[in-house]
Design a protein around this ligand. Structure first.
Ligand code: ZN
Length: 103
């Protein structure tokens, strides 16, 4: 797993300690490995943590205000290219194998 993007939301008030500007929302990218190469994006998930009281939420139990901040962050994040590098390499190898069969 890798943190794709994280941001401390200015608007979100922590539901536990009522502190504003203390909730850090992160987008976690999930990938799998094949022969040490990260090759498939297993999707993204969101977590939030309050920097003051350490209260954390995952997407399932996130209060709607934090969820909103998460979706905003998600809109502006992209899956890094290296997630696909492994996949492209494998595809290329398969193509080479197919072509060399006919040579
Ligand atoms: Zn808090």
């Amino acid at each position: 797993m890798a943190v794709l993007k994280s941001e401390t939301s200015k608007e979100v008030v922590c539901p536990k300690c009522n502190t504003k500007n203390s909730t850090k929302v992160s987008i976690i990218g999930i990938y799998r490995h094949l022969l040490q190469i990260p090759f498939i994006s297993g999707g993204k998930k969101g977590i939030s943590i309050c920097l003051k009281c350490q209260q954390s939420f995952d997407l399932k139990n996130m209060p709607s205000t934090i969820k909103l901040a998460y979706y905003e962050l998600k809109e502006t994040s992209r899956t890094p290219v290296w997630f696909y590098i492994g996949l492209i390499t494998i595809k290329t190898l398969v193509l080479i194998k197919i072509f060399t069969k006919y040579l």
